[in-house]
Design a protein around this ligand. Structure first.
Ligand SMILES: Nc1ncnc2c1ncn2[C@@H]1O[C@H](COP(=O)(O)OP(=O)(O)O)[C@@H](O)[C@H]1O
Ligand SMILES: [Mg+2]
Length: 370
């Protein structure tokens, strides 16, 4: 792990702050979307910002980047208070991506990155777009840098494609490349894996680590808990505009208030998920057997269905930590249980099979980006 963080004998983190938000409040009429939030991101850190939909995460990003002028509070970058103007914030060294992708869809992949570069070149945006003489001179250097960034995010071969023709996951990566083009010291990512499949998400994880290793601090909003807890040195939880908890992944995962307020539904990659899935599968099998026994004892079809349903509900209730992935990893057990139930008690419906997915974690990966 490459960071500039040093630890004292007492374990205190002494890396310099890159971002310091203090007392940030954002009101829209009667609605307080963000209330008195303090947050610090230090050099070398990847910090996560999580919370239910509508918690104020994106609004907080908008306050950090000058898109909104906070009702109260201030934001500093490397010790200097930022004026709430997006281009000045970018110039200072903070770059971002958007929850809803914002690319120039009719421009090429390379051109999109070149646009992101304009704050760092003498030539302005319009010069870049109109390809004036000044731009031509600066173009070679900028092009080289943009190509390097495209290679870095894995889009080197798509430089000449139109942005709108890229698959969704690659558009998200292009947004990251464009943000990096402004040579930021801090990158804000708003739901970078929304709409991505598992393998794209894993690639994005690697990308975020690589960005951090380039000396760029990262603040990331994401609903995918597995992603967040794997990546982040520290996680802050926003609930109804207020920071509820902040700490390491371990601390946040174990905090009862977080579990109650936000992680009440099981999430992907929860500790013990694998074991929980095994237990769940065993329970489903046992309950299915009980259902079969019940079926043999009872002459009525109703009794069988009822028992099977109860078994399914119990299995779901008793294995709250079970996840998609864990369920995937123990598919035979669950399927077998279902098959057994179906084979041995033809009257019983296949509810036990449905019970396992019912205990999954879909709700935690649903973004509000659509
Ligand atoms: N420009 C705005 N005007 C009025 N209300 C807004 C505006 N932007 C966000 N909100 C409200 O602020 C709250 C927080 O929204 P948001 O920051 O998008 O949440 P999150 O990103 O955590 O899902 C929501 O209730 C949302 O409707
Ligand atoms: Mg949001």
């Amino acid at each position: 792990m490459t960071t500039t963080t040093t630890e004292t004998a007492t374990g205190t983190i002494t890396a310099a702050p890159v971002l310091e938000a203090s007392g940030v409040t954002m009101r829209f009429g009667g609605l307080t979307a963000v209330r008195d939030v303090d947050l610090t991101v230090r050099e070398g850190e990847i910090v996560g910002l999580i919370g239910p939909n509508g918690a104020g995460k994106t609004t907080f990003f908008n306050c950090l980047t000058g898109l909104y002028v906070p009702t109260e509070g201030q934001v500093s970058y490397k010790g200097t208070v930022l004026p709430p103007k997006p281009h000045l914030v970018t110039q200072a060294g903070i770059a971002r991506t958007f929850q809803n992708i914002r690319l120039f869809s009719n421009m090429t992949v390379l051109e999109n990155v070149l646009v992101g570069r304009h704050t760092r070149t003498k030539e302005g945006l319009w010069s870049a777009l109109l390809r004036g003489p000044g731009f031509k001179r600066a173009e070679a250097a900028s092009r080289e840098r943009a190509m390097e960034l495209l290679e870095f995010v894995g889009l080197g071969k798509k430089a000449d494609h139109l942005a709108r023709n890229l698959p969704y996951g690659e558009q998200r990566k292009l947004e990251i490349a464009r943000a990096l083009a402004s040579d930021p010291g801090l990158l804000l990512l708003d739901e970078p894996t929304a709409g991505m499949n598992q393998s794209e998400t894993r690639t994005t994880e690697e990308l975020v680590f690589a960005i951090r290793d380039r000396g760029i601090a990262v603040l990331v909003i994401e609903h995918d808990m597995k992603f967040i807890f794997k990546l982040c040195d520290r996680v802050a939880v926003l609930v109804q505009g207020e920071k509820l908890v902040e700490g390491t992944s371990e601390v946040v995962q174990g905090d009862e208030r977080v579990v109650a307020a936000y992680l009440g539904t099981p999430y992907e990659g929860a500790p013990g998920a694998e074991e929980a899935a095994e237990v769940e599968a065993a329970e489903v099998a046992a309950e299915a057997e009980a259902a079969v026994a019940g079926a043999e004892e009872s002459a009525t079809e109703d009794a069988v269905t009822e028992t099977a349903d109860e078994a399914a509900e119990e299995a779901a209730d008793e294995a709250p930590e079970a996840t998609d992935e864990a369920a995937d990893e123990a598919p035979e057990a669950t399927d077998e249980a279902a098959d057994d139930a179906a084979d041995e008690a033809p009257e019983a419906d296949d509810t036990p099979a449905d019970a396992a997915p019912a205990a999954d974690a879909d709700s935690t990966t649903e973004g509000d980006s659509k």
